[in-house]
Ligand binder design. Structure first.
Ligand SMILES: [Zn+2]
Length: 108
């Protein structure tokens, strides 16, 4: 499988480069790698569902690819402050980060 080969390569690279590896939040596996995942996300107001591409994710050899709890919160926070009017329903995480911000007084 091409996927597991990529995972092996990524693990080798992270060991050689001495990059910080994240511990899996489910099984405490320490050999996780950074990955990305596409995900459907309901806006905080519940009125719109977005398909968000390339969200930074954790790739655990035992649990698979998933979005960590802190990243989950970060996406939520960014969805609250990003003004996605005029954006399509399918967009990348990067686009959300760079979207115009809602002015805080408009939230009140
Ligand atoms: Zn795991």
């Amino acid at each position: 499988m091409a996927c597991s080969l990529l995972l092996l390569l990524a693990m080798r690279v992270s060991k050689q480069g001495g990059y910080h590896t994240m511990e899996c939040q489910w099984c405490n596996e320490t050999h996780t790698t950074e990955s990305t995942q596409d995900c459907y996300w309901t806006m905080p107001d519940g009125k719109r569902t977005l398909r968000i591409l390339q969200i930074p994710a954790v790739d655990c050899p035992k649990c698979g690819v998933y979005i960590s709890e802190p990243m989950n919160q970060k996406v939520e926070e960014n969805l609250v402050i990003a003004d996605l009017t005029g954006y399509p329903d399918t967009l990348t995480y990067d686009q959300i980060l760079h979207a115009p911000k809602i002015r805080l007084f408009d939230l009140k």
